[in-house]
Design a binder for this molecule. Structure first.
Ligand code: FMN
Length: 183
């Protein structure tokens, strides 16, 4: 698949078929995570693959009722829980390298984008789920203190197409030379 087609054609998928995800497809998706860029190549991401319907169902209770991705948490054949090791990305000799502190959210975001694009190229759907009770999810999954849950995505074959929400025009977010300068 052409890169721009993948970038523009990927949609958040919230309806899934129950068909299982082939192991080689799952491996390919993980390969895409593996090759994501990261702060000083620190690769702070970790991924928990959840197939057990009991654990999927438990995790779904961490989402608020109004989350539009709620039903997809149990509908999709598997969930990928993207975690980040704290205190690894954005540091030099144990000290903050920038005013931004931990770059964990940035690096795991890059990994998640790779994951979603690779899944899409394989005909699989994803939806990044960020609105949930992270502490509850961490308890359910037994995370150690130095690791946090960042986001979850169901993975499976789409049962219906997502629609493309409107994007800003390029001219709305690009400036030239200085902030706010439009030409
Ligand atoms: C950090 C992040 C958190 C998100 N959290 C949720 C969520 O909790 N529930 C949901 O249904 N969609 C969630 N989304 C999906 C966005 O709503 C979606 O990406 C956006 O509307 C654009 O649609 P598209 O992905 O089809 O292009 C999240 C996306 C991102 C990047």
């Amino acid at each position: 698949m052409d890169l721009m087609d993948a970038i523009k054609g990927r949609r958040s998928i919230r309806k899934y078929k129950s068909d299982t995800v082939p192991e080689d497809a799952l491996k390919m998706v993980m390969e895409a995570v593996k090759w994501a860029p990261s702060w000083a190549n620190t690769q702070c991401w970790e991924v928990i693959v959840v197939k057990d319907p009991k654990v999927k169902s438990e995790l779904s209770t961490a989402l608020p009722k109004g989350n539009p991705a709620l039903s997809s948490m149990t509908e999709a054949p598997l969930l990928l829980v993207l975690c980040g090791k704290k205190g690894v990305s954005g540091y030099k000799k144990g000290e903050d390298a920038t005013v931004k502190g931990d770059w964990l959210m940035f690096d795991t975001g890059l990994a998640m984008q790779n994951l979603c694009l690779a899944a899409h190229a394989l005909g699989l759907g994803t939806v990044i789920v960020g609105m949930f009770d992270h502490k509850k999810a961490e308890e359910i999954l037994g995370l150690p203190q130095n690791v946090e849950v960042v986001a979850i995505t169901p993975l499976g074959y789409p049962a219906s197409e997502g629609f493309a929400p409107r994007r800003k025009e390029i001219s709305e977010f690009v400036f030239y030379e200085k902030y706010g300068k439009k030409d």
